[in-house]
Design a protein around this ligand. Structure first.
Ligand code: PRP
Ligand code: URA
Length: 209
C-alpha cells in the first residue's frame, strides 16, 4: 500500500490556515498555493537518487553530489493543479509538464476527462501528479490510470488537503503510489466537499465564483 506523508511543518500549516479562511482573496490564495507547493516538493523529492562527481572549487578538487536517475515530470490535474506548477518549477526548472483535464460531474461526482497531453518521454520520468484537493479520489485515480495506460510507472501524488475517503481510494486502486499532503481533513460532506477543507480550489484560485 502507498504511504501517506503528511507535512506538518509550521510554515506549511500557517500558510494553509490562511488559504482555508473564506475571506482570503484570489491573489493571496494563488500566492500561498505557489509557496506551499514549493515547500512541499522539497520533501517530496527527498529520496531522489544522487551520484558523486568531482569539481574543482577555487580552493581544491573535491567530490560532491548531483541528481542522478530519472528526470522529473510534473502533471497537474486541470484546473486547480495548475496552481501548484510554478512553485515546483522554481525548484526543479528542468521538469517537463504534462496536463490532464478532468472535472467532477456535480451529480455523480465521477471524473470526466477532457484533455490529456503528457511529455513524449513520460515513461522515462519520475512523475509527480498535482491536485490541491483529494476528495472522493475519483479524479486522482482516473488521472493516475491514464498515465499508467501510457506505460508510465514511478508516480507520486501531491495534494494540499486530502479526505480519508480519497486516500483510501488511491491506496486501494493504486497501491504503488505514495501520497504527499499538507493536511488530512476529517471527512466529505454530502456534496463531496472536504470538511473543513477550503471550498472549491479551482474557483478560489481563478476567481470564477
Ligand atoms: C476538484 C479538485 C480535484 C477534484 C477532487 O476539481 O481540483 O480535481 O475536484 O475531487 P475528487 O477527489 O472527488 O475527484 P473540479 O472537478 O472542481 O474541477 P476544476 O479544478 O476544474 O474546478
Ligand atoms: N474539489 C474541491 O475543489 N474542493 C473540495 O472540497 C472537493 C473537491
Amino acid at each position: 500500500m502507498g504511504k501517506v506523508h503528511v507535512f506538518d511543518h509550521p510554515l506549511i500549516q500557517h500558510k494553509l490556515s490562511i488559504m482555508r479562511n473564506k475571506d482570503t482573496g484570489c491573489k493571496e490564495f494563488r500566492e500561498l498555493l505557489d509557496e506551499i507547493s514549493m515547500l512541499m516538493v522539497y520533501e517530496v523529492t527527498r529520496d531522489l537518487s544522487t551520484q558523486t562527481i568531482e569539481v574543482e572549487t577555487p580552493i581544491c578538487r573535491t567530490t560532491t553530489r548531483v541528481l542522478a536517475g530519472k528526470p522529473i515530470g510534473i502533471i497537474p490535474i486541470l484546473r486547480a493543479g495548475l496552481g501548484m506548477v510554478d512553485g515546483i518549477l522554481q525548484l526543479i526548472p528542468n521538469a517537463k509538464v504534462g496536463h490532464i483535464g478532468l472535472y467532477r460531474d456535480p451529480e455523480t461526482l465521477e471524473p470526466v476527462e477532457y484533455y490529456c497531453k503528457l511529455p513524449e518521454d513520460a515513461v522515462h520520468r519520475e512523475l509527480i501528479v498535482l491536485d490541491p484537493m483529494l476528495a472522493t479520489g475519483g479524479s486522482a485515480c482516473a488521472a493516475i490510470s491514464f498515465i499508467k495506460k501510457r506505460g508510465c510507472s514511478n508516480i507520486r501524488l501531491v495534494n494540499l488537503i486530502a479526505a480519508p475517503e480519497g486516500i483510501a481510494r488511491v491506496q486501494a486502486e493504486h497501491p504503488d503510489v505514495d501520497i504527499y499532503v499538507a493536511a488530512q481533513d476529517e471527512k466529505l460532506n454530502e456534496h463531496g466537499y472536504i470538511v473543513p477543507g477550503l471550498g472549491d480550489a479551482g474557483d478560489r484560485l481563478f476567481g470564477t465564483k
